[in-house]
Design a protein around this ligand. Sequence first.
Ligand SMILES: [Zn+2]
Length: 310
Amino acid sequence: MPENTCCVCGEPGVHSLGGRWFCERHHQTATRERRGAWRSNLGLILALVVFVGLVYAVDSFVQPAFTPSTLLLTGVLLAIVPALIWLGVFYQQDRLEPEPKGFVLGVFLLGALLAAAVGIPLVENVFRVSDWLYADTLTTILGGILVVGFAQEFLKYAAVRYSMYNSAEFDESTDGVVYATAAGLGYATVLNVMFVVQNGGVDLGLGVIRMAVVALAQAGFAGITGYFLGRAKFEHESIWWMPLGITLAAVANGLFNWVRGEVTRGGVSLSGGAANPWSGLILAAVVAFICLGAVSWLIHRNVKSALAAK
Ligand SMILES: [Zn+2]
């Protein structure tokens, strides 16, 4: 492709920005700020915390009785809720500047598929992390970053990079974060469903906290990768740019896993061994807020300086 063609559609470029060329239309979309993406991420965080509180309250006060199969079914349904909340808030926010809904759902499903077909088998069966990850602090941190973190973050990156990234629908600087978050929630949903199935259902109150933690963390770290993806598409970045983004996300992922273990001590299990599951949820909500807030702020700053340079 010649130097001065639009990096989104390949038509003749008329504006240059960050070392890339854009046609008139895509220069506009690339410098458009989509506040809706941040609102849906904020909505996800708040709605998940409320949802967890409600399920926990129902579980404590009503103490519903389950048969093994209804317990399993309820667990699987709960595992899907975080993604439904995000998609719901996203579509609500997205009416004004719509992203094709099928594509967002498609990347979500691709993230789920990569988790089920590659990520979880790799981490659980090839590396067998559950056998050694929690042996000692250093192992937990290094294994969490180098094995679990890199596997998860690379696959979420791949779900966007080898699908939407090359499409003309990937035309706004926020799109990296939107699609990566979708992939992250796809990954989280499969992790949560697997957890429910492996345990034959979950204690509702504790199970729903764990699911929200996984969803928030996976969405938050995916947001980091998504920011790097967006800049890689719309600006000329050096060769280490994308590896740096995935590494940052993997480091955040591994460190989070360790800190969560420290603050919840005992973890969340069927037998109710959790010393303090709520602190894990608060930690995950804060981490997701910081990750997704930081990338939104960085995009806001990039768009502003791009417009100022015009
Ligand atoms: Zn164009």
